[in-house]
Design a binder for this molecule. Structure first.
Ligand code: AHG
Ligand code: MN
Ligand code: MN
Length: 339
């Protein structure tokens, strides 16, 4: 790319295409990007910035919070509450929704986020990230409440993540393909590195936490067994495995070179639909993957069509290269048909 295109310019151009994104949404995305820059600074400082280790508190999902989970959450709230573009926010790290205080103007958007994804990677200097999803307030709604957030993923108007790895890269969709921007630290701005990201339909790489194998449902076990059999098995080719323990990093790899990622329902806690959160993780990632030509299901249906019934809802996730996701989903359908 001969001329550098900043995130700001990209968004302004998106705004010009038939008003593809309204000015308020553009502002919102700029603010989220600014917050991610600031989180990136904190992440980079590590132990030198007293951001490592546990905060010794628990979130609503019973997970021990890391200091950086809380810092990232605060950075996102402080950056977004005063701009007038939002009505409310919801976060993996907050029990209930955050309504923009009365002293600020109310906007028409809702912002949902996983402030720090891959918390177990923080203390070992491995990639982590921030995942976000943007919804519109339902029309004719007076006063924001939790019900306003309970919209299916297909209603998202923007979604993305920022990965804090060897580079800090922001990945975004506003429904017009997937674009990637890497942070230029000297300039302090995100610069477009790729537009129209596309995932190959086929892959020889899969990501799943294999230590849970004994708890999986039969269709997932069948699929992974076939991959492990390699060239001598029914697939007739070898597969490689990667697991970074941060969805943001596993999804980033898939957007860069294809692959399949699974965090399926399993028998450890059968009453839970899965481990990952629908509103903060699965929905934004599924939209990005679909926008890049991939596919995302919970084994039975398109993730983006799931109607959420609660804010912190969990879901089984299978996403990535189309032909592989189709296969795992078909194995689930075969099992259901036998019942
Ligand atoms: P979070 O750090 O926001 O709680 O999310 C971690 C998630 C996801 O990013 C990752 O793929 C998965 O948990 C890893 O789980 P395991 O430790 O069970 O492998
Ligand atoms: Mn997460
Ligand atoms: Mn998190």
């Amino acid at each position: 790319m001969s001329q550098k295109i900043s995130l700001t310019r990209y968004l302004v151009e998106q705004q010009r295409i038939d008003g593809h994104i309204p000015a308020q949404l553009r502002l919102l995305l700029e603010v989220v990007a600014r917050a991610c820059k600031s989180i990136s600074q904190a992440v980079n400082k590590g132990a030198l910035g007293s951001v490592m280790g546990s905060a010794e508190s628990e979130n609503v999902q019973g997970e021990i919070q890391k200091k950086l989970d809380i810092i990232a959450n605060e950075v996102l709230i402080e950056a977004n509450e005063w701009g007038g573009h939002l009505a409310g926010m919801a976060s993996e790290e907050m029990d209930s929704i955050y309504v923009v205080p009365n002293r600020y103007p109310q906007g028409e958007y809702l912002l949902l986020f996983d402030p720090l994804d891959g918390s177990s990677n923080i203390d070992i200097n491995v990639s982590i990230g921030t995942i976000f999803s943007v919804l519109k307030m339902p029309d004719d709604d007076r006063g924001v409440d939790e019900a306003d957030f309970l919209q299916a993923g297909n209603k998202q108007v923007a979604a993305g993540y920022c990965i804090y790895g060897p580079q800090t890269t922001l990945v975004l969709t506003v429904g017009d393909g997937v674009a990637m921007f890497t942070l230029d630290r000297e300039q302090g701005s995100f610069v477009l590195i790729e537009e129209n990201v596309q995932i190959p339909d086929d892959t020889q790489e899969f990501a799943i936490n294999m230590s849970n194998m004994r708890h999986w449902d039969e269709p997932v076990k069948r699929y992974v067994d076939e991959l492990l059999a390699g060239k001598d098995g029914p697939r007739g080719k070898n597969f490689n495995m990667r697991w970074i323990a941060a969805m943001v990093a596993d999804v980033h790899r898939i957007l860069c070179r294809g692959g399949i990622f699974m965090y399926p329902w399993d028998k450890r806690e059968p009453e839970k639909a899965g481990k990952l959160r629908l509103m903060y993780e699965a929905n934004p990632m599924s939209w990005l993957i679909e926008q890049a030509g991939g596919m995302a299901t919970n084994g039975h249906q398109r993730i983006l069509d799931i109607q959420p019934t609660k804010l912190h809802e969990r879901v089984s996730v299978i996403l990535g290269s189309k032909n592989e996701v189709e296969r795992v989903t078909a194995y689930h359908a075969e099992k259901t048909a036998k019942l």
